[in-house]
Write a protein that binds this ligand. Structure first.
Ligand code: ZN
Length: 296
């Protein structure tokens, strides 16, 4: 599973929707077209693009804390809290994340799980600093004893940085990691996924861009993501692996606003049970259950 923060299906808008403004070959070459509000479902070669509702019957813009709890714990988190909340999960959701996160489900069944992201040293220092505020995924790992990868794991090719190519870790955090191509990162993730029942990789620069924090380098960031996803979809072993790409709320698909959007979340499925995921997932709180079903 590849979780991409803040990507919805937006309007066919060549000014404000970067998936129309810039080339995105994952859509144009693999699916033959780019999804839009008018064209939300695209099927090609047993791969599916489809919308997943992120509003979950609660007013306001969907947020990451409740949205990610919905995805990774399979509950209507905004309804439980009474509102969309983020970016970190609302305190009342912590016991739910502790007990119901998807990693815990697989571990209870004695199945192997892997969280493919690596975290830099400042993050581990922050973890030791008392009561850190954490995202749903890192909290899920802490609650279930799933190991968080370090820079050394990236060096060994056994984990990925959240920016895929390692460049920014070198530039901004002073690491001397080998800079890798998106395709190399994709192959590493496929290899890791092959060894586990459930593998998660999380990408969040899309949400940063959508909030206007990456002014200027929207195109290179999306290009890196595009090459990564294109390689995943092109090279995955479709007879043995199921891929789900999902998101917690819209954001980057509408650059005219710096907030999140009300658009449905972009969802892509492919591989062995790709069709089942496409048939089953209508909103983001149904993702966990659908993944459990196909892993039985
Ligand atoms: Zn988010």
């Amino acid at each position: 599973m590849i979780f991409i923060d803040g990507v919805g299906i937006g309007n066919e808008d060549y000014q404000n929707n970067p998936f129309f403004k810039y080339p995105f070959k994952t859509f144009t070459q693999i699916f033959g077209k780019t999804p839009s509000i008018k064209d939300q479902v695209i099927e090609s070669n047993n791969s599916f693009i489809f919308p997943a509702d992120a509003r979950l019957g609660v007013e306001g813009f969907p947020q990451s804390g409740t949205g990610q709890t919905a995805i990774f714990c399979g509950v209507n988190a905004p309804k439980i809290v009474g509102k969309h909340f983020g970016p970190y999960p609302y305190s009342t959701l912590l016991p739910i994340i502790q007990e119901q996160n998807i990693f815990k489900y697989f571990l209870k069944k004695n199945k192997k799980v892997f969280f493919a992201n690596a975290y830099p040293k400042p993050f581990f220092d922050y973890l030791k600093s008392g009561k850190p505020r954490l995202s749903v995924t890192s909290l899920s790992c802490r609650f279930s004893g799933v190991r968080l990868n370090h820079a050394t794991d990236v060096k060994k090719g056994k984990a990925l940085t959240a920016e895929i190519t390692n460049e920014k870790w070198n530039q901004k955090l002073g690491y001397t990691l080998p800079v890798i191509k998106s395709e190399t990162a994709a192959r590493r993730l496929l290899k890791i996924a092959f060894q586990n029942s459930f593998t998660l990789y999380e990408y969040y620069l899309t949400d940063y861009i959508g909030h206007g924090r990456h002014e200027g380098d929207i195109e290179p960031v999306l290009n890196t993501l595009d090459e990564f996803l294109f390689a995943i979809l092109s090279e995955m072993d479709r007879s043995n692996t199921t891929l789900l790409i999902c998101s917690d709320h819209g954001n980057v698909e509408d650059l005219s606003i710096k907030t999140h959007s009300l658009n449905p979340s972009l969802t892509i499925s492919a591989g062995k049970y790709g069709k089942y995921l496409f048939d089953t997932i209508k909103d983001i709180s149904q993702i966990k259950k659908a993944i459990i079903e196909i892993s039985r």
